[in-house]
Design a protein around this ligand. Sequence first.
Ligand SMILES: *Cc1c(COP(=O)(O)O)cnc(C)c1O
Length: 232
Amino acid sequence: MIEIKNNLEIIQSKIVKACERSGRNPAELEIIAVTKTIDIESIDYALDCGINSIGENKVQEIMDKYPKIQKPVKWHLIGHLQTNKVKYIIDKVDLIHSLDSISLAEEINKRAAKLSLIKDVLIQVNVAEEESKFGIGYDEVDSFIEQLQGFDNIRVRGFMTIAPYFEDPEQVRPYFRRLKQKFDEYQKKELKGNDIEFLSMGMTNDYEVAAEEGANLLRIGTGIFGARNYNV
Ligand SMILES: *Cc1c(COP(=O)(O)O)cnc(C)c1O
């Protein structure tokens, strides 16, 4: 357990240093603790250490954990979301990071309307155009956002990307920089009914580069909790 606290302190100081290098205010960045496969006790401990947001990539895992986490926390769905599972999490998650199709937007909009909610979403962008990754292409972002304008129960809050994995995180910098440009462009546009505020990028391997390049939601799992055990 104490390791979680130590890990968080190390990560926080690295974020502060990354902010110093890039002239940013560390208070503008939030760590989302990625809790997939992690037990409730460890999650509770991370919340005691000052974590306010947790990220899960599977709907089933959110369903299992949701009633067991009593402390106040924001839930982030960071993994791919299937249309037929929207109904299970629509009233549980605070931010969906993985909007990547109009059919998914239709379903989120419909379910949110039923509950009189306005759902906050990020558009997942596959900046590096990797075959293996979800997300819309960078060049599709403008037309995608245009198509979302009719959905009154969805509020676009920004963008998310999962960078390609490189041994040397320096190599992901161009992808992060590109998405930051799109983010800046849309922050200036002030689209009606939307409120562009979040740029979700950076994981254990590359969060320092992401922090330097303007991310404000960092999704960190292994760096906090250690290697995941997929057999649990
Ligand atoms: C698992 C996961 C993370 C965290 O990955 P780590 O390398 O453990 O920090 C971040 N984002 C997404 C979408 C994930 O699925």
